[in-house]
Design a binder for this molecule. Structure first.
Ligand code: ZN
Length: 304
């Protein structure tokens, strides 16, 4: 299903009327990491399990200077100081400086810009709610203001659920199980997702990638609820813990997104294709994180 994109003529960050380049929301290196550690070498995006996504969604939103030197610098900071240590070395403790908030702000701005480019897809959004926040994010990222308290940004560390107990409700009974509710750990650790939406009537931006979720509070600027660790504009330290998603206001949203993928079910033809693909790569499968997570969450092993 093709989505028609609107086109912009000015850069969504510096505002110059120059040639725009394809920008993504989730960093290429994150997408590549998922492909590299998966059974099939392909990425699936949340919400559309039948489509293999070679790369994340891209759209012409920013000029080359803003995308290349500004935003990719903050992405690199996040990859080197958070993503890799967390996923490759199982780190729990992190020190950070002002670049983490800038990375979070760059995600928020790009999510708002991307939503604006495909308005027919999201009838629920009031685009007038974007204006003030967008202007503030631009000014901050361009260094025109250094007050980093204009918009709250949060990070949640996610995990497979190995060390988590959760309650599963069905009809009139409930049981306690090891791990996150079915599919949720897999969803959080193997897919990417990004969008703007209303959480308890507050507009937020949400970006999910393996091990991390970033949110920013767009309008109004404060939220009554817990969205994880608030990112301090000056920097600080963060300690990740297991099952963080469970104590937050995002829990139901993420759980529903993971079920949505489940309900859409992968078509039989697609399943056969994946099966064939996995059979051709048995060795790769044996060593993949897809397999490890699939076994952990008790799901069909052919779903990625
Ligand atoms: Zn620009």
């Amino acid at each position: 299903m093709a989505t028609a994109f609107q086109t912009r003529v000015t850069c969504g960050l510096c505002g110059d009327e120059v040639k725009l380049v394809d920008s993504h929301i989730i960093a290429d290196s994150v997408i590549n990491w998922i492909k590299r550690t998966s059974a099939t070498g392909f990425l699936r995006s949340a919400g559309d399990p039948n489509r293999r996504v070679q790369d994340g969604i891209t759209a012409k939103m920013l000029c080359e200077d803003c995308d290349g030197s500004l935003i990719s610098g903050y992405e690199k900071y996040f990859i080197e100081n958070f993503f890799k240590p967390r996923l490759e070395a199982d780190s729990f403790d992190f020190e950070y400086d002002d670049r983490l908030l800038k990375f979070a702000y760059s995600l928020a701005l790009r999510i708002l810009l991307l939503e604006e480019l495909r308005p027919e897809r999201r009838k629920d959004l009031n685009y007038r709610h974007f204006a003030t926040a967008k202007e503030y994010l631009r000014r901050y990222l361009m260094g025109k203001t250094n007050n980093g308290n204009g918009i709250e940004s949060y990070v949640i560390f996610t995990d497979s659920g190995e060390n988590v107990m959760s309650v599963e409700e069905s009809d009139h009974s409930f049981s306690i199980r090891r791990g996150h509710p079915e599919r949720m750990g897999f969803h959080m650790m193997r897919s990417v997702d990004s969008q703007a939406f209303y959480l308890n009537n507050v507009l937020i931006t949400f970006a999910m990638m393996p091990g991390f979720m970033f949110t920013s509070v767009i309008r109004p600027r404060k939220i009554n609820g817990k969205l994880g660790h608030r990112i301090d504009p000056q920097g600080g330290s963060l300690r990740a813990s297991n099952g963080e998603i469970m104590g937050t206001s995002l829990y139901e949203f993420v759980r529903e997104r993971s079920q949505l993928t489940d309900e859409q079910k992968i078509s039989d033809r697609q399943k056969a294709k994946i099966e064939a693909s996995i059979k051709g790569k048995i060795e790769r499968w044996d060593n993949s994180r897809t397999k490890m997570l699939a076994e952990l969450s008790g799901m069909s092993v052919l779903d990625e």
